[in-house]
Design a protein around this ligand. Structure first.
Ligand code: NDP
Length: 459
């Protein structure tokens, strides 16, 4: 990753902020990466308002979380052994509404990853046009191989502390990697027990029997494809008839695949952290759902049902899936999945578009390479915002004590995603960026956040 002195910056204020940020957060590479991507792409707006922003220390305040909570999570496994994990909640920016963002349970979780996700969430949430601020949380707990009872015990212990810091008007967590409907259920149950209140809007991604919204499960993946369709349309390309590959086989990947197929796209391959499957007839998404959502198994089990498909184990730095040729690339697994070397392979295979279902799946160098090579790039904080937007719709339904049909929620999701794409396009055109929707998304979101922060004074 380039340090700020190696970047070609025109704003002295921006350079000073980045230098200070690097000194203060030297051991947080993911956080630095996320902030650098945003701040360097919004430079045209900073230059226009340099004196004002500097006087208000706007950028210094933007990059400093309002609050970071870190806590001990002790739990007892099925054999009676005690384990201790670390829990986090980063309440990054509440200028636009209650903090909102998912919880991630994965062994790689640390403060840098929590801060990068929380920072990105501020921008994503602003783009949804819903009244929600940015936050993120999670734990270095590894759910893989744990029994249902162990998952429940961990969730209960995690909530014993988290409940002190959240509330439907304070901070509203949801799912992310390793946290799906089952975990949200256990977390909600414990919150209700401790607080002795039925506060449905305190968590989103709930089950339908206790305040969840129809289409929330599908929302991130569906939203990603609505954004992709709009982006291609704006560049005179039709989505139907294209081929795609999707990294990951979790919540986002599964519903991106389902919507892509509904749009007439042939999805050739999907993956998990072990390797990828290739099915020349197009992935059978019902088989993937059965393996991942029901059995919680590994993707190579696809071959037990579809023996003609091929499985390739990941070896080396480049995930096997990205060596497969396709028109549309949908990274829906985790951050920094696509580095410059992988991006070079994708471009040489003739891809026309990349849609970031995951958060920050491409390194900054990969993003620059795609844009330079005219690959249309749908940035995560815009393209995967359908999940949090539908979470906000779930909160609205909870407040009104009513529920909308699947079709109603899906329609609202679609119009939100069209609106988000239009915001990116408008900023891209206003600043003459040449179909750079990464910068377009950052600029459109930043303007809203800056306005709300400035209006609320120095806090
Ligand atoms: P899930 O836990 O449902 O699925 C994650 C998938 O990614 C799994 O297939 C997993 O494989 C794979 N994966 C996870 N970590 C790694 C890794 N280090 N290397 C390779 N593969 C990995 O998570 P989601 O689908 O919910 O989230 C996926 C991405 O989308 C994340 O970046 C998340 O932040 C983002 N996102 C999610 C939203 C949501 O609504 N759920 C909303 C917006 C963004 P394995 O099982 O082998 O670990």
């Amino acid at each position: 990753m380039k340090n700020c002195c190696e970047m070609d910056l025109k704003s002295q204020y921006l350079e000073d902020v980045l230098t200070n940020l690097e000194e203060k957060n030297a051991n947080e590479p993911e956080f630095l990466q996320a902030v650098k991507e945003v701040l360097t792409t919004i430079e045209p707006v900073i230059i226009k308002n340099e004196e004002k922003f500097k006087k208000l220390s706007l950028l210094e305040r933007l990059v400093e979380p309002e609050r970071i909570i870190s806590f001990r999570v002790p739990w007892i496994d099925d054999e009676g052994k005690i384990h201790v994990n670390r829990g986090y909640r980063v309440q990054f920016n509440g200028a636009i509404g209650p903090y909102k963002g998912g919880l991630r349970f994965h062994p790689s979780v640390n403060q840098s990853i929590m801060k990068f996700l929380g920072f990105e969430q501020i921008f994503k949430n602003a783009l949804t046009t819903r009244p929600i601020g940015g936050g993120k949380g999670g734990s270095d707990f590894d759910p893989k191989g744990k029994s249902d009872m162990e998952i429940m015990k961990f969730c209960q212990s995690f909530m014993n502390e988290l409940q002190k810091h959240i509330g439907q008007d304070v901070d509203v967590p949801a799912g992310d990697i390793g946290v799906g409907g089952r975990e949200i259920g256990y977390l909600f149950g414990q919150y209700r027990k401790i607080r002795n209140t039925y506060e449905a809007g305190v968590l989103t991604g709930k089950g339908l029997s206790y305040g969840g919204s129809l289409a929330r499960t599908e929302a991130t993946g569906y939203g990603l494809m609505y954004f992709m369709r709009e982006m291609l349309k704006a560049n005179n390309i039709t989505v139907s008839g294209k081929t795609a590959i999707i990294s990951g086989s979790g919540n986002v990947a599964i519903y991106a695949c389902e919507k892509a197929q509904q749009m007439g796209v042939k999805v050739l391959a999907m993956s998990d952290s072990s390797g990828c499957i290739y099915d020349e007839n197009g992935i059978n998404i019902n088989v993937i759902k059965e393996i991942k959502e029901v059995k919680r198994g590994r993707i190579k089990e696809y071959l037990n049902i579809v023996p003609k498909a091929k499985y390739t184990e990941n070896t080396g730095d480049i995930p096997a899936i990205y060596k497969i040729k396709a028109d549309i690339i949908l990274p829906c697994a985790t951050q920094n999945d696509i580095n410059l070397e992988t991006a070079e392979i994708i471009v040489s295979n003739g891809a026309i578009a990349v849609g970031e279902g995951a958060n920050m799946p491409c390194t900054n160098e990969a993003v620059e390479f795609f844009i330079r090579n005219n690959v249309l790039l749908a940035p995560g904080k815009a393209a995967n915002a359908g999940g949090v937007a539908t979470s906000a719709l779930e909160m609205s339904q909870n407040s009104m004590r009513m529920s909308w049909t699947f079709e109603e929620v899906d329609k609202k999701l679609e119009s939100i995603m069209i609106n988000i794409f239009n915001q990116c396009k408008h900023a891209d055109e206003e600043y003459n960026l040449g179909a750079n929707y990464v910068a377009g998304a950052n600029i459109a979101a930043f303007k809203k956040i800056a306005e709300a922060m400035i209006a609320q004074g120095i806090i």
